[in-house]
Design a protein around this ligand. Structure first.
Ligand SMILES: *[C@@H]1O[C@H](CO)[C@@H](O)[C@H](O)[C@H]1NC(C)=O
Length: 782
């Protein structure tokens, strides 16, 4: 607390050394509440701290009614189609929350509550409550096996210390004691909990009575530890083989008995703790840090759950202030769930990754037919392992994409920054720390063997000439907006009192220090974009304000520009080294505006002047190189058979890009045309949101139909935020923008809400005709 007192004095001007100290104190304080979390979002429930090679935990369960279903119904990693919705109903990264899992095939609903206990150091303590409730249609004596496990990577120790560890199973709580450098001394207590246990008369019962807790401790190579389910299956198989040898073939032990682990508690780096229940059950996992004033109990957990739930709900309303027409209770439940899954999906990733740094000349993509040469160069497979590196990030989807994606992250963080600025800034920093010396950040972060296990080999390799939209700059811009608002608006005072979410907003010195530390990385990244994604204006005598500001995505094939994010959107055919992409120059414009604003904040006058020049040239060139008078819209450009500049126009998101990225002010002469295109039901407008490609385009709903018609929520969000901007500034299109904003907002919220109600999922895109959510789902709901 003394630390926070010192921080609030930060309004006085401090020397650079002192302000670096304040920034570091703030980071330390913020770190304490971020230390532990369900940071293994690829699992239905998995806990780890934000440090490499440490203590991890995870939950597995299955029904044990028969011999057939166990193999398929053992839950561990999130898989699509196996459950009927799951996810965080309420979650706050700093305090905790509740997840609900609906598992019809196992006849059970599981809730996992995860709650943090501040105090001490090393991130304090935490508790998790696991509750199973048989579903209405389940048999009244439903039998469920549940396994909690802990693994320990790296140096340290972990052992079961139960004194009463009977030969046939533990009675009462199971207690593990451990120690590592980062965690200090700690204890993990898995409580006896509540619930009935299966009883039967088979003679095997006496060897392992099912009212005990079975504990199996073992030492495995580190690489095996994340594959806990496979380890468990191998172990169970040997137990089953033994049992089968012992009893007559026509008299095997019943399923709840035969699918049990051998009770062998001790020390090791893997401890599996198994409970077998009949009907409903509940038990706790209590992690107590040795540095905390006292060990936590189940009673403490019950109290803390109540207080965390109450404060989450009131804070949610305060921060996100529901607006008409979405005031009804049901929208609150919906928005709480979506937001909670966004931040409940935040993970900590650590490991090596595959990168191809052969810098093959084919990767310049500057000759005709370049995509064939590039494909051949890639097929030589010269990728190496790099790292290990770490990343703290949210993820697009727990079952499909449980890893970091660069351009997705900017969109994820836009709502998060309203809730928790310090968390947002921490995630941004984590991403920029991944940058290499040239300024490149791999767009997909597949760190470590566990992450790689979800990705086909041909998609694992990252190439240091591939870019991805620089969406994190939008989030930094939002941070600057908030900083500006603080200095001019005293109503934010109340929020600023919530120190643990807004320390870097309430303390200007710390904010500046953060930006100062980040700035060199932002610059390096910016200049990397300018250099590696440059387009060719000069060789083709193109007429433009500037001969430099034109851009081309590298990594394209005839069918795809995956690096643009808009994978299969129709582009120039065939690909040409003289192509210029209107979405990329728009991103460059957004990025230039953002970095110029940061430079001004940091009194970097020379830099700011340089960026201002680029910005002016980009704005001119967007019109000079990409505006089609004939089609009255923005278009990609390529080179025709006579070596002349030619526009390639497909009405859709690409045509809106200068608008979507905030480069068209309320007085822009082209704004009317952009609004017309959006508002026309024969083009982009649908009752459910804006289509990615116009209904009138020849490629509408063709091929993979990924960005060829479906309504994408992230792009609709950008459209909404620009419409709102125009609606709030006076200009010739103010009234129109207001009306479009109102309707589009209503349509988009309804689309996502109705589909969520029906499917239990929120999707990244929706079919504009049927409004069905299309793969893959973003966040799941309980
Ligand atoms: C905060 O935590 C991060 C991630 O574990 C770590 O890299 C950083 O050094 C910590 N900062 C401070 C000031 O302790």
């Amino acid at each position: 607390m003394a630390l926070l007192g010192a921080i609030s004095l930060g309004l006085l001007a401090l020397s650079p050394v002192a302000s670096a100290q304040v920034a570091s104190d703030i980071e330390k304080a913020s770190n304490e509440t971020l230390f532990w979390g369900p940071y293994r979002p690829n699992l239905y429930f998995g806990v780890r701290p934000r440090v490499p090679r440490s203590l991890m935990g995870g939950l597995m369960w299955t029904r044990v009614e028969d011999y057939q279903s166990v193999q398929h119904n053992f839950r561990h990693t999130c898989e699509q189609h196996e459950l009927d919705g799951y996810g965080w109903d309420e979650y706050d990264v700093r305090t905790g929350g509740r997840q609900t899992i609906h598992d019809p095939a196992n006849g059970i609903d599981i809730t996992t509550e995860f709650i943090k206990f501040p105090g001490g150091h090393n991130g304090g303590s935490w508790g998790a409550r696991i509750r199973g409730t048989p579903r209405e249609d389940a048999s009244p004596d439903l039998k469920t096996t549940v396994i909690w496990y802990n693994t320990l990577e790296g140096l340290g120790s972990l052992e079961v210390v139960n004194e009463d560890a009977e030969e046939t199973g533990a009675e009462g709580d199971v207690v593990l004691k451990g120690q590592t450098v980062e965690l200090g001394d700690f204890e993990v207590r898995v409580t006896e909990g509540q619930g009935a246990h299966p009883r039967h008369t088979h003679p095997s019962y006496d060897e392992k009575p099912l009212d005990r807790t079975l504990v199996h401790s073992t030492q495995l190579p580190t690489e095996a530890l994340w594959q806990t389910k496979a380890v468990l299956f191998t172990h169970m198989k040997s137990e089953i083989d033994q049992a089968v040898g012992k009893y007559e073939e026509n008299n095997p032990p019943p399923p709840p008995q035969i699918y049990t682990i051998k009770h062998a508690p001790g020390s090791g780096n893997l401890h599996m703790i198994q409970k077998v229940f009949e009907g409903p059950f509940e038990f706790d996992i209590l992690f107590s840090s040795g540095s905390a004033p006292k060990k936590i109990t189940s009673e403490d957990l019950t109290e803390q759950i109540k207080s965390v739930t109450a404060s989450f709900s009131s804070r949610f309303i305060e921060i996100f202030k529901p607006q008409p027409p979405f005031l009804k209770e049901r929208y609150q439940e919906f928005s709480k769930s979506l937001f909670s899954n966004l931040i409940g999906g935040i993970g900590y990733f650590f490991g090596d990754s595959r990168v191809d740094r052969s810098y093959d000349p084919a990767y310049e993509e500057d000759n005709e037919g370049f995509w064939e040469d590039a494909a051949e160069a890639r097929s030589r497979n010269t990728a190496q392992f790099e790292g290990p590196s770490e990343l703290f990030t949210s993820i697009p989807s727990r079952p499909f994409f449980p890893r970091g994606f660069l351009w997705d992250e900017g969109f994820h963080l836009l709502p998060v920054i309203d809730w928790d600025i310090d968390l947002t800034l921490d995630i941004i920093k984590s991403w920029f720390k991944l940058m290499d010396e040239d300024g490149w950040i791999a767009r997909e972060q597949i760190l470590g063997a566990e992450a790689r296990s979800k990705v086909p080999a041909e998609f694992q390799v990252q190439y240091p000439h591939y870019a991805n939209p620089p969406t994190l700059f939008m989030v930094i811009t939002t941070f600057l907006d908030k900083l500006d608002a603080v200095s001019s608006d005293s109503s934010s005072e109340k929020l600023l009192k919530e120190k643990s979410y807004y320390m870097q907003l309430s303390n200007r010195e710390a904010a500046l220090q953060y930006l100062r530390t980040l700035y060199p990385l932002l610059k390096r990244h910016y200049f990397w974009f300018r250099k590696t994604q440059a387009g060719d204006i000069k060789s083709y005598d193109r007429e433009a304000f500037s001969t430099k500001e034109g851009y081309r995505w590298r990594g394209r094939t005839p069918q795809h520009i995956l690096t643009s994010g808009l994978d299969d959107y129709p582009r120039a055919q065939p690909p040409h080294p003289g192509e210029l992409h209107v979405d990329l120059i728009s991103w460059m414009g957004m990025m230039t505006k953002a970095i110029r604003r940061i430079a001004i904040y940091l009194d970097e006058a020379d830099d700011a002047a340089e960026f201002a020049k680029y910005e002016e040239a980009i704005l001119h060139n967007i019109d000079d190189l990409h505006w089609s008078k004939k089609d009255n819209m923005y278009c990609d450009a390529t080179i025709d058979d006579y070596e002349e500049h030619k526009l390639v126009c497909h009405k859709g998101y690409i045509s809106l890009y200068p608008f979507l990225t905030g480069l068209m002010g309320p007085d822009s002469p082209h704004l009317a045309a952009v609004l017309d295109l959006m508002a026309d039901p024969e083009e982009l407008w649908s009752p459910y949101g804006l289509r990615s490609l116009s209904k009138s385009d020849e490629f509408y709903h063709t091929g993979e139909d990924y960005w060829r018609g479906p309504i994408w929520i992230n792009m609709n969000y950008l459209a909404l935020s620009q419409l709102l901007d125009i609606a709030q500034s006076s200009g010739p299109h103010q009234a129109r923008a207001k009306q479009l904003y109102r309707e589009l907002r209503k349509n988009i919220v309804n689309t996502v809400y109705e589909s969520w109600k029906e499917t239990g999922f929120a999707w990244e895109q929706y079919n504009p005709e049927t409004v069905k959510g299309l793969l893959p789902p973003l966040f799941t709901s309980g």
